[in-house]
Design a binder for this molecule. Sequence first.
Ligand code: AHR
Length: 513
Amino acid sequence: MNLFGKPAKVLLLLLISGSSYAQQQNTITVHAAKDKTTISKYIYSHFAEHLGRCVYGGFYVGDTSKIPNTNGVRNDIVAALKKMKIPSLRWPGGCFADTYHWKDGIGPKDKRPALVNKWWGGVTEDNSFGTHDFLNMCELLGTDPYLAGNIGSGTVQELADWVQYVGSDNKNPMADLRRENGRDKPWSVRFWGVGNEAWGCGGNMTPEYYSNEFRKYSTFMTGDKLFRIASGANSADYHWTETLMKNIPSHLMEGVALHHYSVIEWNKKGPAVKFTDDQYFRTMKSALFMEELVTKHSAIMDKYDPQKKIALVVDEWGGWYDVEDGTNPGFLYQQNTMRDALIAGVTLNIFNNHADRVRMANLAQAINVLQAVILTDKEKMILTPTYHIMEMYNVHQDATLLPVEVSTKDYVFGNEKLPAVSVSASVDKAGVTHITLTNIDPKNAQDIDINLEGSAFKGVTGRILTSKSLQDHNTFEVPDKLKPVAFKDASVKAGKLKVKLPAISIVVLELKK
Ligand code: AHR
């Protein structure tokens, strides 16, 4: 229950529906939190698949590389991700996960088998980056690992063994094998995916069949406080979520996944940089569809789990476009523009506002693949606009959600429209209130009145990421074209906050008492 005496779900529906179209002014009310929903830091998680140059050449260059590294992991990447704050990292896939046999990636590197990466570009996978490499890298990054288990082509025993190998401190064959491979202490691995996209590349299963498989695999995964995540729906496949929630007992499952990419059409994705106004509108429409998706999947989950014990885990999201010219089509390498910054801004606001059910989300993917936060070219590295949004929004990690009511002007395109402004707000453990705002309208600035309930604020500071053109991006030649700067167009008078958001902008505000 919450300040309006309604279940959080109903409040969210009321508040979010207030953000829909046909409003002619921008008014936001930030309510004082009475129901103490925490915005899980894991909403700000990431994903690293053995795909293209995400792992090899991205995170990992090997310990003989001239690029400064720690046990083969690039030092520049570690520093950048730590600054951004990366609470969890999902690995090794994606589709790759259901072809991955973890025992191929342990022991001496020269003895590991080389295989063909069936899903991504048909390149050789030499298994030089395996379980120890990944989990040690997570320790370097200070991030909690999320391992995606193979149920498509693996076995129950294989997954049960992996859990023991990484996490058991007892005397048993798997823990002993880990010790033989040089790691005495177990790692702490809480998050486990039980397959990936079981409806597609993970085995083309029906939800009924997958539910039974999940029950079996989950039963034999033993460890302390495991968080077992079921392979979830493809976008609006509500039947998938309903079937899992109905058929899987709650003591076997801690999370249900959902995948949704902001894509125009799967066979007509359009370019990452030279996109048209129409393509921009359609991408943002697809990104904003996340609001409907999490609302409807959550409503189904509420039927079976009214106490919200099971998390909705959006473990793949982001913009997906055509690959850059001249790159391997199986590597999914794309540039990252202000459009991507706006996708990140609106999506993270949606997740924050649904934090009662969405308790983890993983942007796809961290480096050099899809909506990456970092791009590399040999020894060079650039931070993308999406990186900057993840960094600006990290103030919400583990903060208390402040519910918002929104009336927004429309961003009109042809006969269609989308809400121009999106917002979320929180108060952190030190009592500091933050508000994140986006304006997706490419032409019009937005004057916004924000009513602040509960506390008297005297001042405000802020940071903004903006640019003249949606297509603007950072390059290896001009790496800092886009970066956050101080925001001056916000002021507090008589408890009211007035903000002017430029077109194409994302802002984080910090309120001073
Ligand atoms: O992120 C790229 C791919 O998209 C993943 O491997 C798969 O799970 C999804 O279809």
